[in-house]
Design a protein around this ligand. Sequence first.
Ligand SMILES: [Zn+2]
Length: 172
Amino acid sequence: MSDYKFCPLCGTTLGVIVEEGVSLPHCHGCKKFTHYDNPKGVSVLIVPRDGGIVMVKRGVAPQIGKWALPAGYINKGEGPRQAGVREGNEEVGLDLEIVRALDEMPVPGANLFMVFYETRVVGGVLKAGSDALEVGVFDLSNLPSSEEIAFSLHEKKAREWLTLQQALASHR
Ligand SMILES: [Zn+2]
């Protein structure tokens, strides 16, 4: 989100207000607008399948043609779990249940945070959604390289989860 120059309510050039030590664009005209620019949330999914996890080859910017975990923005009116279930269905065609939250963190250099969930497939058919070029199932043996994965946090969490599953499997 680019910063506002003018108040969207009254058109006055924005000044600055300091709240809790943070400088924020603020309208000193109507005093009704402060641009808090709160981060957007993205739900990111681990979808276990055939001993690996589902990834999508992105068909939309940014990072077209690179692999990512199924993920999407939390829409107005949604919670992060709801968003995850909806996005999973849209992106990979599967009906999912959230098993547990795995992690959450801000995204360096972006006004975003990611929430990672482990899911369980309860229905549907694996297929690429309209904004994906392809879907694939990957484990540690065939995981795309860092250059082929769109977001470093996706790669990190995918690798962590697969490594843990492999360790658990070897103790069974
Ligand atoms: Zn104003």
